[in-house]
Design a binder for this molecule. Structure first.
Ligand code: MN
Ligand code: MN
Length: 304
């Protein structure tokens, strides 16, 4: 036993983290200008299955001002443009035990400092992350690190506690100081993820007009047979973890799946995560690791 987890849970988190650490190292050779976003999403998700895990959520490809929650829809024409930065955010789950990470790749030298600031803020947060420390202290540290680069954190995106089949388990890890009075406890698992933008940006994200990632909410309320079948499929295959419409392609015709998702969102059986975009259109870098809180510090499960 360790903290809240039995040995099986702990082993699953560790194994998930090892797979993620391995796949992190493959990202730079996969995510390059001219490569289709859907190839990156499908490819990494396939690699997760080959290496003994399952995607904890659809692979996110966030180009420039797209901060989070973009995954390729079916037949996505998007390719990685030249001169951009792109956040490849992904996670692996084993029996519902998930670890979450993000690698930012950069093809524009002038955007490199955003990456460096995100990496350094994450490294400093990990060094300070131990039982008893207030979350607001972590937020202060992340912000001050980023400000030393003459840059700005995204104030309304946070890291999050992870529990089995629950990626956002209540407690959050802020990237700015504030009123967050909760404290870190031994045996908890957290994703820590500083997001960085330019100093003159708003430093906040807003909902974009589209959503490509969804999550099961409740089993009752589908209004027709197709929607019921799709909902059952979602619940039995992805449980309460996020999924992409792309993942329904093997089981349902695209138009049927599309209509069913629309219907399931309206009947509140499924919720949608809109794409999150920096409010002033400025580029955003992100650095993320998942850590396990130990007695006197934490261990990065997803690698160094
Ligand atoms: Mn992530
Ligand atoms: Mn995360």
């Amino acid at each position: 036993m360790f903290g809240l987890f039995d040995d099986h849970a702990l082993d699953s988190f560790k194994k998930s983290g090892e797979i993620v650490a391995k796949l992190r190292r493959e990202v730079p050779s996969i995510a390059k200008p001219g490569v289709a976003a859907i190839k990156i999403c499908d490819g990494l998700e396939q690699r997760m299955r080959e290496t003994g895990g399952k995607p904890a959520f659809p692979v996110n490809v966030g180009i420039n001002e797209v901060a989070a929650h973009y995954t390729s829809p079916p037949a996505d024409p998007l390719t990685i443009p030249p001169g951009c930065l792109a956040k490849i955010d992904f996670g692996v789950q084993i029996d519902g035990h998930a670890t979450d990470t993000s690698v930012t790749v950069c093809f524009e030298p002038r955007l490199e400092p955003l990456l460096q600031a995100a990496d350094e803020a994450l490294a400093n947060a990990i060094k300070a992350f131990r039982p008893g420390v207030k979350m607001s202290e972590i937020g202060k540290l992340v912000q001050s690190t980023i400000q030393r680069f003459g840059l700005r954190p995204i104030a309304n995106l946070t890291g999050h506690k992870i529990e089995r089949f629950n990626l956002h388990a209540g407690k959050s890890v802020p990237n700015v100081p504030g009123m967050n009075g909760s404290r870190i406890e031994e045996g908890e698992v957290y994703a820590i993820e500083p997001f960085v933008t330019r100093e003159n940006a708003a430093g906040t994200v807003v909902n974009g007009s589209s959503a490509y990632i969804y999550r099961f909410v409740k089993p009752k309320g589908a209004t027709n047979e197709d929607s019921k079948r799709v909902l059952e499929y979602i619940h039995s295959n992805f449980s309460t973890l996020p999924f992409a419409s792309r993942w329904l392609g093997g089981a349902f015709e695209r138009e049927i799946a599309k209509k069913a998702i629309y219907d399931l969102i309206r009947s509140k059986c499924v919720s949608a995560y809109p794409v999150l975009v920096e409010e002033t259109g400025n580029p955003v870098a992100q650095s993320e690791h998942t850590v396990l809180v130990t007695r006197d510090g934490c261990t990065a499960l997803t690698g160094p």
